[in-house]
Design a protein around this ligand. Structure first.
Ligand code: ADP
Ligand code: MG
Length: 569
């Protein structure tokens, strides 16, 4: 479309940079990523990360790497200025983390930033500011050897993007997860993360990978690990995979690194799943850390600006080297310690759930304490109590969390059912003896029209004489007793909705009906296992905090709330 009277003209370079910035800088964690990569590329032994307000107020990365001479400071802020690449063919053989030369320019275009740097041999350092793309003069400045980049007020001049920022907690969660991944990939480098003045973690230099895993994921996880190793001309594999006794309900603990980059990759994912086939119960996932060192010409990391994905030139290495190494590690293994007991499982599930609830998507044990946490008592087990067969009262580091068991379960079931419906169904269980349900002849017509949908839900039925049908299969989530009633509810729904309703709406209604019936009720006494399962499932959910009807699933009372109530402050 063309606005009348407008003309094609070149974009102002500031605008170009702001647009490019949007591609690289999604959120404060993206800034941390680029700055830490630069520090690592500069050969740093120590990388300190400071953030304020989830990184939106400040991101600062201080390294002890080679530094930049004063006459290169201004250049570093310019787009496509890089010391790492000079010809297009170099793109094939990139060994450094950064190479596009656009990160600093992008960051400077949408923040108020400053580089302060000193080359080790130099007497003094220099600094250079970049305020929303306006590069300032280079000034002499005192500095320690290395580079110190500060980025204030991210998105200050792009309010549309600023609005996409989530809460500081959430943004901090992304930063924590990212720094943890760097700490795993570079065990020889010391990392430190400080948020709003609180040190969240610190790792020493030259640790082993297993030490890092213990520190970041807990001793239990480290103790359950089996080493994996393999070498071939095309590359090298090193890492750890969990014994079958340690599992997760989600794939969030499959950690893959290629040449020091954390990557997501479907093929690796599949290879891990295959290796564990028959070793894990259905739906469970292992904890895996795989580090691949490949000839840079073998992997294309230039697929996406933020480089989270790779493209394999030749995936044979994965099939011929990685897959057998995983199998060897797993099948040569003794079964490992017995699965954790009931109490541990409840505690683990509660901790995980609470972490999700806080919106900090961190896989770390609470041992470091989260930003703003004021308690040193995180080693104490978190406790949970079911009251009035209806509510789960959980002790948290910050106070109390009260969960409505029905609302939470309903939320979980709703999402599960909807996902299954959208995927095309399944999940039915055959009945040995069909369940008979009374229906009117008119209803049979309605059911016939919706046969496909019902099948997706898991219902299989056939006519059974006048005024009756026989249910041959029912959704796996339902008991036989409930199935007949739910079937009637659905029929009710079809009558009310008439013919012309679209599949999406119907899916939601059906999921709603099924979820409500299949969920634990208010007034159901739950066993510790059931409580653990409920809370554990909740952690896989992004929006566990409201039920499908929009009612909250949980209520939080902080210690401060309690103190206020009791007049203690
Ligand atoms: P890239 O990393 O893709 O080259 P950047 O925009 O991130 O592009 O950085 C531009 C250049 O600035 C780098 O090529 C490097 O020469 C220099 N640089 C950036 N950060 C540092 C640092 N922490 N230490 C030393 N040099 C750096
Ligand atoms: Mg870079």
């Amino acid at each position: 479309m063309r606005v009348a009277g407008s003309r094609i003209r070149p974009l102002d370079p500031h605008v170009v940079n702001q647009i490019a910035a949007g591609e690289v800088v999604e959120r404060p964690a993206s800034v941390v990523k680029e700055l830490v990569e630069n520090a690592l590329d500069a050969g740093a032994n120590s990388v300190e990360i400071f953030a304020e307000r989830g990184g939106a107020g400040l991101v600062r990365v201080v390294d002890d790497g080679v530094g930049l001479p004063p006459d290169e400071l201004e250049l570093a802020w310019r787009p496509h200025a890089t010391s790492k690449l000079s010809a297009a063919e170099d793109l094939e053989t990139i060994a450094t983390l950064g190479f596009r030369g656009e990160a600093l320019a992008s960051i400077g275009a949408i923040s108020q930033a400053c580089i302060l740097s000193r080359v080790r041999e130099a007497e003094a350092g220099a600094s250079c500011e970049n305020r929303g793309g306006v590069i300032g003069p280079v000034r002499a400045a005192g500095a320690a050897p290395g580079t110190d980049v500060t980025v204030h007020n991210l998105f200050f001049n792009t309010p549309a993007r600023a609005r996409f920022l989530r809460s500081p907690r959430t943004e901090l969660g992304h930063i924590e997860e990212l720094v943890q991944r760097f700490a795993l990939a570079f065990p020889e480098v010391a990392f430190r993360l400080v948020h709003d003045g609180v040190e969240l973690f610190r790792t020493a230099r030259d640790e082993g990978r297993l030490d890092r895993i213990a520190q970041l994921f807990g001793r239990d996880v480290a103790a359950a690990m089996l080493p994996v190793k393999a070498e071939a001309p095309a590359g090298r594999l090193e890492g750890f995979v969990s014994r079958p006794a340690l599992t997760r309900s989600h794939a969030g603990d499959l950690h893959f690194f290629v040449n020091g980059r954390s990557v997501r990759d479907r093929l690796l994912h599949r290879i891990v799943r295959d290796a564990y086939r028959d070793l894990l119960p259905g739906g469970r996932m292992p904890v895996v850390f795989l580090f691949l060192e490949m000839d840079p010409a073998q992997v294309d990391v230039n697929v996406h600006p933020t480089k989270a994905e790779v493209r394999w030139r030749d995936p044979r290495f994965l099939h011929a080297v990685v897959a057998p190494a995983l199998s060897a590690a797993l099948h040569g293994a003794d079964p490992g310690p017995p699965p954790p007991g009931r109490e541990d499982r409840v505690r683990g599930a509660v901790e995980d759930f609470l972490r999700r609830e806080r919106g900090v998507a961190s896989a770390a044990p609470p041992a470091y304490g989260l930003a703003g946490a004021t308690h040193a008592d995180s080693a104490r087990p978190l406790r949970v109590l079911q009251v009035h067969d209806s509510y789960l009262v959980c002790e948290t580091e910050e106070g109390l969390l009260i969960v409505d068991q029905h609302a939470l379960h309903e939320r979980l079931n709703y999402d599960r059912i909807l996902a299954r419906l959208n995927e095309g169904g399944g999940g039915g269980q055959r009945l040995l003896v069909p369940e008979r349900v009374d229906v009117s002849p008119a209803d049979v017509g309605l059911l016939e029209e919706r046969r496909d949908l019902l099948q997706r839900c898991g219902f299989l039925w056939s006519p059974f004489g006048p005024g009756e049908i026989a249910l041959e299969a029912i959704p796996a989530l339902l008991t036989r007793e409930l199935a007949g009633r739910v079937f009637h509810d659905l029929l009710e729904l079809f009558r009310a909705r008439g013919g012309g309703v679209d599949a999406r709406t119907l899916f939601h209604d059906v999921a709603d009906t099924l979820a409500c019936k299949a969920s634990v009720r208010f007034g159901d006494a739950l066993s510790p296992e059931e409580i653990a399962a409920l809370l554990e499932d909740a952690r896989a959910l992004d929006h566990a905090s409201v039920c499908p009807h929009g009612r909250p699933t949980a209520m939080r009372l902080t210690l401060a709330d309690l103190e206020r109530h009791f007049g203690r402050r």
